[in-house]
Write a protein that binds this ligand. Structure first.
Ligand SMILES: [Zn+2]
Length: 495
């Protein structure tokens, strides 16, 4: 509760979200069962009990519009720090051409500890797919893909390497109004089957130049950039050293998948001479600037390296089962990192379809960590929310989002909490994580702009977004992926 100094100008209108169940996700995980959030311009001007916030609003020198939040939970906008736009692959890559029945499915390449050669070759091949997208196709795919995140309550998104052009992701984020930390598809080597040393496949300097161009973008409240390496199986030593140099020169964070699969370490040792986390340390990439994604399969020394460095761990518990990964339960290492006090955030990861959103990740974290530890207090619903908002924002180095506190950017999510699912439960967040989902998100506000209301976009024509996506997907899948025309005709009868 309080009023910021020097933030309010006559030009800014105010919006008062009044009378909801406010979860602040601040340091104290505060709740205001009958609370309000006052927004002026793109910042939060007051948070607290209704009467206190009313008093601040009454004293403002600007007009204030009231939004009735009665019967709603008011949460910070979700921060998804590990995500990939893979929507260009929906037709070809384990996607729309699958049979309707799942009974014939074989384990995928992430299953059973990971088919590392296949993973490495596939990740390398995606660079050609990105190059094959026209700028128009890339933008249409990016806008639709980002929209599905915004619609699910994500207000800040951390790209971790997308099957799309970074310039298209940036333009899509600006046009939709969602915050984005953008990166590139940074992979320049493969662990090819039958060989004993990694093979360079891409021009490392070009990859480094592409990320540096993004790092030079003028500062913007919506868009930032951070260097990434897709995976240690696909990162040459030269690329790793170049990325470390960028991280230090630009003072940014760095993100990579590491320790994600059981079979990863042996393969990385064989092809690169040392294990994945040690490689990061040797290359100068292990520090408190590192966001290590998944990070379940590490040895004792690697665990100590990560703990000593104060690395950030992000994991995606709603995604592991559907891809056959065992990052949570096989080693329980991510729970151990959490118990040791490292920052551990939640994220969705990415796929060619909308996979579990941040609400589903919160549910999975609440249910699965507690099950593994036989302790219902290890990840409480409030902790799950923190991991999906405040902690995730810290991992992105985006300190002014992720909590409802005065002076932060006004990024909010409103969820209806009336009806049988919430009856006589004084803890609506618990009911939401038990029986709710991304689809229940009603209102999404980014920087004070209401972008979703009643589950619908306030600014875009959703039917047009979808049409443009399908049209881009059809042309790209035909021209670049050589999907036959009669197959495309069946998949896209309306186009
Ligand atoms: Zn990922």
């Amino acid at each position: 509760m309080g009023e910021p100094d020097g933030l309010i100008s006559e030009a800014d209108g105010g919006t008062l979200f009044r009378g909801g169940f406010v979860c602040t996700a601040d340091d104290a995980a505060g709740v205001h069962p009958t609370g309000s959030v006052l927004v002026v311009g793109d910042r939060i001007a007051a948070v607290g009990e209704v009467a206190d916030v009313d008093a601040v609003a009454a004293g403002l020198p600007v007009p204030v519009r009231a939004v009735d939040a009665t019967g709603m939970m008011v949460l910070p906008g979700f921060v998804n720090p590990h995500w990939h736009d893979m929507f260009a692959a929906r037709v070809a890559f384990r996607g729309a051409l699958r049979p309707p029945s799942d009974l014939g499915d074989e384990p995928g390449f992430f299953a059973s500890g990971g088919n590392m050669a296949q993973v490495s070759m596939a990740f390398d091949s995606f660079a050609d797919m990105i190059a094959g997208l026209t700028p128009e196709e890339a933008l249409a795919v990016a806008r639709y893909s980002l929209w599905t995140q915004l619609r699910s309550g994500v207000t800040t998104l951390g790209d971790t390497g997308s099957l799309n052009r970074p310039d298209a992701l940036v333009e899509a984020a600006r046009s939709l109004g969602i915050r984005l930390s953008v990166t590139t598809w940074a992979a320049d080597a493969v662990c090819a089957p039958g060989e004993s040393r990694y093979r360079r496949t891409r021009d490392t300097d070009r990859i480094l130049g592409e990320i540096e161009e993004l790092l030079r973008m003028p500062p913007d409240p919506l868009v930032r950039a951070r260097p990434s390496a897709l995976y240690s199986t696909n990162m040459s030593d030269e690329l790793g050293r170049g990325l470390a140099d960028l991280v230090s020169r630009y003072g940014t964070g760095f993100v990579t998948h590491v320790g994600a699969l059981r079979n990863e370490s042996d393969v990385v040792r064989a092809y690169y001479g040392t294990s994945p986390v040690r490689r990061l340390a040797d290359l100068g990439l292990l520090s408190d600037r590192l966001m290590a994604v998944h990070t379940a399969f590490v040895d004792d020394d690697e665990r100590k390296l990560l703990l000593d460095a104060g690395a950030h761990i992000s994991h995606s518990p709603a995604k592991y089962g559907p891809t056959g990964e065992s990052a949570l339960s096989e080693t329980k290492q991510i729970s151990e990192f959490l118990a040791s006090g490292l920052d551990v955030s939640l994220s969705t990861d990415g796929g060619p379809y909308p996979i579990g959103g941040m609400v589903e990740a919160m549910r999975a974290a609440w249910q699965m960590h507690n099950e593994m530890r036989a302790d219902n207090t290890f990840v409480r619903p409030s902790k799950a929310l923190d991991m999906a908002t405040r902690t995730a924002a810290r991992g992105l180095g985006w300190e002014e989002v992720g909590s409802l506190v005065v002076g932060h950017r006004a990024d909010l999510v409103l969820v209806p909490t009336t009806g049988w699912r919430y009856l006589l439960n004084p803890r609506p967040l618990e009911s939401f994580l038990t029986l709710g989902g991304s689809i229940d998100v009603h209102t999404v506000v980014v920087g004070g702009r209401v972008l979703v209301e009643g589950g619908r976009s306030t600014e875009c024509d959703e039917a047009e977004l979808e049409r443009e996506y399908l049209s881009a997907l059809r042309s790209f899948s035909g021209r670049h992926l050589h999907v036959p025309d009669d197959v495309l005709g069946r998949l896209f009868p309306a186009l």
